[in-house]
Write a protein of this length. Structure first.
Length: 388
């Protein structure tokens, strides 16, 4: 006796779309192959029907007749009913994603991941309905979920953003959170090939900076996330301390500060506290050493000791180092470099709660330390996130 459940499952598994398309000659050919492998022979009349359908496809009447002529259990009928319902949903999703992919150059692996998350979140039906009239992304709203509206549950849309996370394209270039999802969700958002990440309506060149965790986004040209041990070695921080020629006890304390859990400008300020109280204190020597550190970490930049925002002299008194302003101005210089390199019009910040804030022009640097919180750098680069 033929196990219809197993047969249907195997057929669906081998089909390209994950379910059999009765209008697809290739799917019908798959069915013929399975029947042959399992030594299931059909009466010549039925086999001829399949051959003919491979050429011209099934009609609704053919499907009805096939069901009527088969001895199916209630459970099997229920499965067929679900499969028919799912065909319409999946077909709508596939058609929509095929269109979006061609417009925004989204890779098949990214579409597969998106569809997998739709299924896991159990929102395929809602998304299929949403594709009939997709929304525009309104960057003036408080969250990106506000633009989606009630078509898909807000919490599920946010989970999609978090689950999609970051990925890489075929050139191994990083694609941050939101870039793929927004290209799919919003009809006025298109993934760009160069410059910024997206075109959003009349904002032609928008850089997305999203964070799905608590640390924030990296915005720096040529510098990347890493480990403090790597930055410490690259910047030669230990040699910097040794060159200060502190007494043995003070030198030991200063070296210990390099291993505390904090950003390295704060570590420098703590070392400066020790050095400014030493007998051989020389402020200019300390500043010269800091410039040497900066030149090793940021070897593609030229904003130190003085740039558009960064001014090393301004951070030092005879007793203290203003590490907070040091970090803010360093962060502004890195963003300014990034803007010049990629020529984008504005930055759209997104946080892990889906809150958004669009900034352009001078506001991009003016808001650093205000609406945009800077954390780090504990490695080469600071992190930026919304204060909301």
């Amino acid at each position: 006796m033929v196990n219809i459940d197993a047969l249907l499952s195997e057929w669906a598994y081998r089909c390209k779309k994950g379910y059999p398309d009765l209008d697809s000659p290739s799917d019908l050919h798959v069915l013929k192959t399975i029947l042959k492998e399992q030594n299931i022979s059909l009466p010549k009349v039925q086999e001829q029907v399949i051959i003919e359908q491979e050429e011209k496809g099934f009609s609704k009447e053919d499907i009805k007749k096939l069901i009527d002529d088969s001895e199916l259990t209630p459970r099997q009928l229920k499965r067929i009913h679900r499969a028919v319902e799912r065909v319409a949903i999946v077909e709508a999703i596939d058609d929509y994603l095929e269109k979006v992919a061609s417009e925004s150059n989204i890779l098949p692996k990214e579409l597969s991941e998106f569809k997998r998350h739709l299924g896991n979140l159990n929102i395929e039906q809602e998304f299929a309905e949403y594709t009939k009239n997709p929304a525009d992304l309104d960057i003036s709203k408080g969250t990106f979920m506000d633009s989606v509206g009630d078509a898909i549950p807000r919490d599920k849309v946010l989970q999609l953003y978090i689950l999609m996370g970051s990925t890489t394209d075929e050139k191994n270039v990083n694609i941050g959170p939101g870039e793929i999802l927004f290209s799919i969700l919003f009809k006025n958002a298109k993934k760009r090939e160069s410059g910024g990440d997206l075109t959003i309506g009349n904002q032609d060149n928008v850089e997305l900076k999203g964070a799905t965790g608590g640390s924030g986004a990296v915005i720096a040209k040529g510098y990347n996330r890493g480990k403090w041990t790597q930055t410490k070695t690259k910047g030669k921080f230990e040699q910097f301390v040794l060159d200060l020629e502190l007494d043995e006890e003070s030198e030991e304390d200063a070296l210990k500060y390099l291993n505390i859990k904090n950003n390295w400008p704060t570590k420098l300020s703590l070392i400066y506290d020790i050095y400014s109280n030493s007998d051989n204190f020389n402020k200019e020597k300390f500043k010269s050493g800091v410039v040497s550190i900066l030149s090793k970490i940021y070897n593609q930049s030229n904003w130190y000791p003085k740039g558009k925002f960064f001014n090393l002299d301004s951070y030092f008194s005879d007793k203290d180092m203003n590490n907070k302003q040091f970090i803010i101005d360093l962060s502004k210089e890195l963003i300014e470099e990034y803007m010049v390199a990629y020529g984008f019009d504005g930055i759209l910040y997104i946080d892990k709660k889906g809150q958004i804030d669009y900034q352009k022009g001078d506001k991009i640097t003016d808001e650093i330390g205000k609406s945009i919180i800077v954390t780090g750098p504990s490695d080469d680069v600071p992190r930026y996130r919304l204060k909301k």
